[in-house]
Design a protein around this ligand. Structure first.
Ligand SMILES: *[C@@H]1O[C@H](CO)[C@@H](O)[C@H](O)[C@H]1NC(C)=O
Ligand SMILES: *[C@@H]1O[C@H](CO)[C@@H](O)[C@H](O)[C@H]1NC(C)=O
Ligand SMILES: *[C@@H]1O[C@H](CO)[C@@H](O)[C@H](O)[C@H]1NC(C)=O
Ligand SMILES: *[C@@H]1O[C@H](CO)[C@@H](O)[C@H](O)[C@H]1NC(C)=O
Ligand SMILES: *[C@@H]1O[C@H](CO)[C@@H](O)[C@H](O)[C@H]1NC(C)=O
Ligand SMILES: *[C@@H]1O[C@H](CO)[C@@H](O)[C@H](O)[C@H]1NC(C)=O
Ligand SMILES: *[C@@H]1O[C@H](CO)[C@@H](O)[C@H](O)[C@H]1NC(C)=O
Ligand SMILES: *[C@@H]1O[C@H](CO)[C@@H](O)[C@H](O)[C@H]1NC(C)=O
Length: 723
């Protein structure tokens, strides 16, 4: 079983040490059992190397060959390990108590190891965790007091002693009522607190306490009831907690992986921390990196635990589940080998993956990414009547964007933008003048390349149109706030600004400046976003954000960035599947189960809806009326052909060989695109937003391409239809 590096760093892998003088089928059995269980296994042949290996790696389980004392004395080994490593004694005791009857079957060895893990090892972990919790409480700078249910003090930490002026010994075992109370606490407050605690709720607030010296002090108090059921949860919580508060500066890094060095350096700050604690801390950090890690780790742990008591068929199925979960590419379908449809694999290769090529193939692309065409265009004061008339139909899905492109003299984005932004009260939301909005739209449109046959401002206007259409749908409208609407419209407007007419893969292969800048990752999408904000904020004349307060701006900016980045195709299946799993599917029955409770950082529904919306708007061409769909197919094919031409010219790898103008079947490429990317996504989006018109067009258009393909026609239309 191959564990990826990623997985190894996320999950603490249990380590096993086999001490066997000779390799035989028994040691092999354990070796393969470790392999199956996902443990890391080391083998030692002599007591000396065993000790050395143990001191180096601190394995949790040690298997000693006791069949033949001719080679070495197992008890002796234990004793020597024990001298070196006190904290591991209980583990060794536990382990050595077990006897394993010679049986080289991998299943027998596996069962033995797994039993040890779930029994002794886990409970040892918990014990160590408890130790660590109390050590952490001791180091904590906030005063902490723990009482039993009947208010008998059981623990106070040194900070509490300092604050209250008592010694530990004067407090532990005393009832709270025996201590002098502050008369400033009114009975009402105490009642309130008691009510909270009785209900199992936490109470926080300001309260007074009387110090030993007699004076009252005001404190901010947090009282948390701890029930037996919640002890485990508390333990986990404390583990996160203890890392956090022993190192105040790392508060913001709660989710960051804690490595042992952090923890060691903290412990050594407290003068009375013996080295034993240091050692425990470091193993704690190792072990409980689990509890502070990603939700996926929890999932894997839950499955592991479930496997334990499952019938073998279920356990095996879960094994396969784990295999899948352990890869990072959770959402990308695995394409088979090259005998798949070449159109699909080309699209996937061209749109979803970054080709790896050798260094000497990299040349610098000869692309003009200068942003100098920024001269402020003529102001548009009044919308000419013919344009205004055309725009009246703007709310219809069948709106003809190409007509708008023609009558506006290639400035569809400015005019459509003004109309749509007015309809959604964008300038009211941003508190900016219409003049600013105009200037902004002009600057953005000017930075689309008119020379691209597809990714020019007409595409941006089309995506803006689709976005506005989706925003008008009842379900969408009901799910989003005004801020989301504004963010979505702005995101649609800017989402391809300064697109060079080449795909991400091309830019990476060509070693373009942008690819270098963005580390070959979401190169274009990052650039569109970054440039759009630069253009916007550079000049106050077009800065539509200048009048909103910082918090609004931050939220808006975040939403815009998230949406534009969502148009990157590498994450296509991730976005679609997340949407399907959380929006289309009702919450599962198990939603009150502890494990599903708090998956923080999981994008909320609104974010998933916004991502899906802009993704669908971005590739809605196949859902437009046939004539528009055909025009778009022609434009995108032409842009891909131009890329292939350039790749050939420059001797770069050809990212999408099927898009060769001499051989390409456009109908086939459209069919593949629809099959692979469009159908599922729009099914899901339609199920949410209810879009029968789009689905009808999609079916018609698909039929059109199928018909052409069956007639072996490679162009946009049948020859007889060409006009
Ligand atoms: C274990 O190995 C011995 C020889 O080393 C062999 O005779 C025996 O059959 C093996 N047992 C199994 C179960 O493979
Ligand atoms: C070895 O273990 C397997 C699986 O647990 C079991 O079926 C088998 O009977 C055992 N063999 C001996 C000799 O105990
Ligand atoms: C890049 O484009 C700008 C404006 O479109 C133009 O002035 C400049 O000459 C171009 N540079 C190159 C190297 O083509
Ligand atoms: C809108 O912006 C103007 C400055 O252009 C400012 O004076 C005014 O207070 C702002 N209004 C709101 C509601 O933020
Ligand atoms: C977009 O490209 C097409 C060619 O495919 C061209 O006819 C059209 O004028 C361009 N539109 C804009 C706004 O540049
Ligand atoms: C690119 O990678 C370098 C080195 O890992 C990193 O410092 C830099 O921040 C990365 N840049 C971006 C835009 O991700
Ligand atoms: C997200 O959507 C699901 C399904 O529609 C719903 O049950 C859940 O309450 C929503 N969650 C939020 C935070 O809106
Ligand atoms: C999840 O966390 C949030 C904020 O931290 C909290 O308000 C909410 O009650 C938690 N939900 C559950 C089920 O624990």
């Amino acid at each position: 079983k191959r564990l990826t590096t990623w997985f190894e760093t996320v999950l603490h892998v249990l380590q096993v040490l086999l001490i066997f003088a000779k390799e035989d089928n028994q040691s092999d059995g354990f070796w393969w059992a470790c392999d199956r269980a996902g443990y890391r296994c080391s083998v030692a042949r002599t007591p000396e190397s065993a000790l050395e290996c143990f001191l180096d790696k601190h394995q949790e389980i040690i298997v000693i060959d006791h069949r033949n004392s001719r080679y070495f004395d197992a008890e002796d080994i234990c004793r020597s390990a024990d001298q070196e490593e006190t904290s591991v004694l209980p583990l060794l005791n536990a382990g050595f108590d077990r006897q394993f009857m010679e049986n080289s079957s991998i299943t027998a060895c596996y069962n033995e190891l797994v039993q040890i893990e779930h029994g002794e090892v886990r409970s040892q972990f918990k014990l160590r965790a408890c130790d660590a919790v109390f050590t952490a409480l001791d180091c904590c700078q906030e005063a902490i007091e723990i009482t039993s249910e009947d208010h008998v003090i059981q623990y106070v930490n040194p900070a509490f002693e300092r604050m209250m002026g008592y010694q530990k010994g004067e407090l532990i075992g005393k009832e709270l009522t025996e201590l002098p109370k502050s008369d400033k606490n009114c009975a009402d407050l105490l009642d309130t607190i008691n009510t909270f605690i009785k209900k199992g709720k936490e109470w926080q607030g300001v309260s007074y306490a009387r110090r030993k010296s007699g004076d009252s002090i005001q404190q901010h108090v947090k009282i948390t009831p701890v029930t037996v059921n919640s002890v485990e949860a508390l333990l986990d919580a404390f583990l996160v907690f203890c890392f956090v508060f022993t190192e105040p500066h790392s508060l913001k890094c709660k989710n960051r992986r804690k490595d042992s060095t952090d923890v060691k350096s903290i412990t050594s700050q407290s003068s009375d921390a013996p080295s034993l604690q240091t050692r425990r801390y470091s193993s704690m950090a190792r072990i409980h990196s689990m509890t502070i890690e990603a939700p996926i780790t929890k999932v894997i742990n839950i499955i592991n635990a479930a496997q334990e008591n499952s019938p073998i068929t279920v356990a095996e199925a879960l094994d396969r589940v784990l295999e899948i979960l352990r890869t990072t590419e959770l959402y990308s379908p695995q394409l088979g080998t090259k005998d798949e449809d070449p159109h699909t694999s080309d699209l996937v290769g061209g749109l979803m993956t970054v080709s790896k090529i050798s260094k000497d193939e990299i040349t610098t692309a000869n692309m003009n990414l200068s942003h100098s065409h920024l001269s402020v265009p003529n102001t548009i004061n009044d919308v000419p009547p013919c344009i205004a008339q055309l725009l009246e139909n703007e709310e219809s899905w069948d709106f003809n964007i190409f007509e708008l492109e023609a009558v506006t003299n290639k400035r569809p984005l400015v005019y459509l933008g003004l109309k749509i932004f007015a309809r959604f009260a964008v300038s009211e939301f941003l508190n900016c003048s219409e003049a600013t909005l105009r200037a902004w739209l002009q600057v953005i449109e000017a930075n689309y390349h008119s020379s691209n046959s597809y990714h020019n401002s007409t595409h941006a206007a089309d995506v803006l149109h689709a976005t506005a259409f989706f925003l008008g749908k009842e379900r969408v409208k009901g799910s989003l706030d005004h801020l989301d609407e504004v963010a979505a419209l702005i995101a649609a407007t800017i989402h391809d600004v300064d697109h060079p007419g080449r795909t991400n893969s091309f830019l990476c292969n060509a070693g373009s400046e942008l690819a270098v800048l963005y580390n070959d990752t979401a190169v274009l999408e990052s650039h569109h976003t970054a440039l759009a904000f630069q253009l916007t904020t550079k000049d106050s004349k077009c800065n539509i954000f200048k009048n909103i307060d910082r918090n609004h701006y931050r939220t808006l900016r975040q939403a815009i960035i998230d949406m534009v980045l969502a148009t990157e195709m590498t994450k296509h299946f991730e976005h679609v599947n997340k949407f399907v799993n959380s929006i289309n599917k009702p919450m599962s029955e198990g939603s009150n189960c502890e494990c599903t409770a708090n998956i923080t950082n999981f994008p909320d529904n609104q974010t998933l809806i916004k991502r899906m919306m802009i993704k669908c708007a971005d590739v809605a061409n196949p859902c437009r009326p046939l004539e528009l769909c055909i025009e778009w197919a022609g434009r995108i094919s032409e842009e891909y052909f131009a890329q292939t031409d350039e790749e050939k010219r420059q001797g770069l790898p050809v990212v999408m060989p099927v898009f060769d103008r001499n051989t390409c079947s456009i109908p086939k490429s459209q069919i593949s695109f629809i099959d692979y990317f469009i159908t599922d996504m729009f099914d899901a989006w339609d199920a949410f937003a209810h879009l029968p018109v789009l689905m009808q067009h999609l079916a018609n258009n698909y039929k059109h391409w199928k018909t052409l393909d069956e007639l072996k026609c490679k162009s946009l239309r049948l020859p007889s239809e060409n006009n």
